[in-house]
Design a protein around this ligand. Structure first.
Ligand code: FES
Length: 115
């Protein structure tokens, strides 16, 4: 099961937490469980305030590559994801660098979350 490392200039030091098996939570949910304050307003994938950078670590290819429709729209309209980049990533089945913490559901992969 995944280790999630939160990293931010807002924190005194990075924090790595373990997300238990079968506990399908978003990055935002795991952050809250561990007292990590990621900005958020709507929690519905609509405002973009919870945008984070996700870096996959380890040897496995990234698993959580698919975006919800809300996540796609919000990242495109906020400028965190350009239309051409999005289309190229989708063709290659790759994940964009920026994601919405409230929409990204953790899978069995280790990641670093920067915000
Ligand atoms: Fe609004 Fe995540 S809190 S998009």
């Amino acid at each position: 099961m995944p280790n999630v490392t939160f990293s931010s200039p807002k924190m005194r030091r990075d924090l790595t937490v373990y997300a238990p098996a079968g506990d399908r939570k978003s990055i935002l949910g795991v952050a809250r469980d561990h007292g990590v304050a990621i900005d958020c307003e709507c929690q519905k994938g609509e405002c973009g305030s919870c945008t984070v950078e996700v870096i996959h670590i380890g040897n496995k290819p990234p698993m959580a590559v698919h975006l919800t429709e809300k996540e796609k729209l919000t990242l495109l309209t906020s400028g965190k994801l350009a239309r051409q980049e999005f289309e190229e990533l989708e063709l290659l089945d790759l994940a964009p660098r920026y994601r919405l913490a409230c929409q990204y559901l953790l899978l069995d992969e280790d990641i670093v979350v920067k915000f």
